[in-house]
Design a protein around this ligand. Structure first.
Ligand SMILES: O=C(O)CCC(=O)C(=O)O
Ligand SMILES: [Fe+2]
Length: 357
């Protein structure tokens, strides 16, 4: 059970969005149905179940077992862009420790969270560019560039509170997620036959633990959950994302038929999804699919997302072995374009800006 807390730690969603929300229509049944229906995907057809992949098969004896596991990862990345992994190598203790650190950071008063860059993070909440209720994300987030966490610099905390423990746990957690992300990316890269030495750099070559980001998300209980989202639909601007969600539920992906499919909370699993950069690098073989989080009326929700990103000046090309779908771009250029589009149209355009004729 989540204990009641003073309201002063919650961002003032209602003060800011009251007018947008009171003028809006209902979000429609589609947001709620999968969450409250079959959470195994809201979809009963066996062959369309979101895969749960046992990563123990990558290291267990037997080349055939390993090959089958690689094939399952590649298939899920092409067909779903999303999958869950079990036997991922994380200890339950580390996951629980990380969650406790997360909860404590969010328990600070809103003024404190908004006012200072805790551990080199920046804090955001809601959707600054929203002009209608359906663009509002009812959540708050700490974004951590991992270079700062991993640098081990003395922790500066404007509130004079000791944060060395939080930084240390975050460092351990990030180190472990990096190993997992790297392993998955290497497997997916090798699976693309076209890639040979001398081709443009592979994702694993242009990313390092220090170029990645950690985002801590909190979705406070939402009294208008039929009208807004926890996070509005988006794709991730990275190579690969690993999400540690709690057991509340609400994460959904959009499948090929345009249906929203719930990603069932599984206490033993981490969620993996392909980002825009891997879709570009793989010439659309791996899919960066839209996803969102439904706002919860009853319970708050926590998640942690690890984004595998390259250095700002790294060039994202394609895997070769055929014509490229997208022109080359630097990660910095991609992020700048996303920010410009969000500012001018209220939404991300993404990869289609970089399509070759
Ligand atoms: O909270 C989640 O489960 C997903 C979060 C997410 O999609 C993101 O932070 O980009
Ligand atoms: Fe995301």
């Amino acid at each position: 059970m989540v204990k009641p807390r003073p309201t002063s730690d919650a961002p003032p969603f209602m003060d800011l969005y009251h007018d947008l929300i009171s003028g809006s229509c209902h979000n429609g049944g589609s947001a709620r149905t999968p969450l409250h229906g079959d959470v195994d995907g809201g979809c009963q057809r066996g062959e369309h179940k979101l895969p749960v992949i046992d990563l123990g098969d990558l290291t267990r004896a037997g080349e055939e077992t390993r090959r089958a596991c690689v094939a399952a990862i590649a298939k899920a990345s092409s067909e779903w862009g999303f999958f869950q992994v079990v036997n991922h190598g994380f200890s339950r203790e580390l996951l629980e420790e990380m969650r406790r650190v997360q909860v404590r950071l969010f328990e600070r008063t809103f003024d404190k969270k908004a006012g200072c860059g805790l551990l080199g993070s920046y804090y955001t909440w809601g959707t600054p560019t929203a002009t209608s209720a359906h663009q509002v994300s009812w959540s708050e987030r700490f974004h951590f560039p991992l270079a700062k966490i991993l640098a081990g610099d003395e922790v500066e905390d404007p509130g004079n509170e000791k944060l060395s423990y939080s930084r240390e746990v975050m460092g351990r957690f990030s180190g472990a997620v990096w190993e997992l992300a790297r392993e998955l990316v290497v497997v997916l890269t090798e699976n693309l036959q076209g890639h040979q030495a001398g081709r443009p750099s592979t994702p694993a070559e242009i990313c390092s633990g220090k170029t990645c980001f950690l985002r801590l998300n909190r979705y406070p209980r939402c009294p208008v959950s039929a009208k807004v989202m926890g996070i509005v639909s988006h794709t991730d601007s990275d190579f690969l994302t690993i999400v540690f969600q709690d057991q509340v539920g609400g994460l959904q992906l959009r499948n090929d038929d345009g249906e929203w499919v719930a990603v069932k909370p599984n206490p033993d699993a981490l969620v993996v999804n392909i980002g825009d950069l891997f879709q570009a690098w793989s010439n659309d073989v791996y899919k960066s699919v839209e996803h969102r989080v439904v706002a919860g009326g009853e319970t708050e929700r926590y998640s942690i997302a690890y984004f595998m990103c390259p250095a700002e000046d790294a060039v994202v090309g394609s895997c070769g072995g055929g014509p490229s779908t997208y022109r080359r771009f630097t990660f910095e250029e991609y992020r700048r374009q996303v920010a410009e589009d969000v500012k001018s149209n209220g939404q991300k355009v993404g990869l289609s800006n970089f399509l070759l004729p």
